[in-house]
Design a binder for this molecule. Structure first.
Ligand code: SAH
Length: 221
């Protein structure tokens, strides 16, 4: 018996059927950033299965498609936005964001592990988003540039779980901006949306339960 290999199209219709994929912009993002370009060698047949996949021996994973889609929908991204991502991993989420913010926008993504900085940089280039996405090696819990206090970003997204809200990335969020972070101790967390009001006030709202690898860094200790 032959097993059918899921395709990008079959994944999209499944996520639409489940009500996870809701907008044309996010649909377009998944079409222009095919996940098969971002999985580790040997995992191509599973690229469109809805589960996380290991990134070599780094102990890290490329997130499950439904999780990336939920975050993209929740962020309500628009063309021209400047976005900070903490945890580049494979570069897939950064590429999806880049596809929505477009050439006038910017994605700054920070990754701790050198091997993944190289992997994500290669994948972003292959997918054609190198003019919009910059990948940096460092501890994203300090924001980027590290320790900068200015309000720089329209959106901030953590793809690793923090036990509490890191201060610097919040400071770097512009007023009216949205920050998404999986909060809580592993293995399970709550994806939390934090909105910075016009007066600099913060209000947070739980979005859904989630499972991310833990954020590692000095701000966490
Ligand atoms: N967004 C990724 C998935 C990321 S997995 C994708 O689309 O593939 C989480 C990543 O966060 C891992 O690669 C891990 O190395 C990284 N990470 C953990 N703590 C970090 C920190 N303090 N700063 C930057 N990256 C961090």
């Amino acid at each position: 018996m032959t097993r059918e290999i899921p395709t990008n199209a079959s994944l999209l219709s499944r996520l639409e059927g489940e009500g996870v994929l809701r907008t044309g912009a996010v649909r377009e993002a998944l079409l222009s950033s095919p996940r098969e370009l971002f999985v580790w060698d040997g995992y191509r047949d599973e690229a469109y299965v809805d589960w996380p996949l290991p990134l070599g021996r780094t102990g890290q994973t490329i997130s499950a498609p439904h999780m990336v889609v939920m975050m993209l929908e929740e962020l309500e991204l628009r063309a021209g936005m400047k976005v900070l991502e903490i945890g580049s991993g494979s570069g897939w989420n950064a590429a999806c964001i880049a596809s929505i913010v477009g050439a006038r926008g910017r994605v700054v993504s920070v990754e701790l592990i050198e091997e993944l900085v190289d992997f994500a940089t290669r994948n972003i280039r292959r997918a054609g988003f190198e003019k919009t996405v910059e990948i940096h090696q460092g501890d994203g819990s300090k924001g980027w540039p590290p320790l900068e206090a200015e309000e720089i970003y329209d959106r901030v997204v953590f793809t690793a779980a923090a036990s509490r809200l890191p201060e610097l990335p919040v400071r770097q969020l512009r007023r009216g901006g949205v920050l998404l972070v999986p909060l809580g101790d592993s293995p399970a967390q709550i994806l939390t949306s934090v909105v910075k009001g016009r007066a600099g006030d913060l209000s947070s709202r739980p979005v859904c339960p989630c499972v991310f690898v833990p954020l590692v860094g000095s701000e966490e200790t």
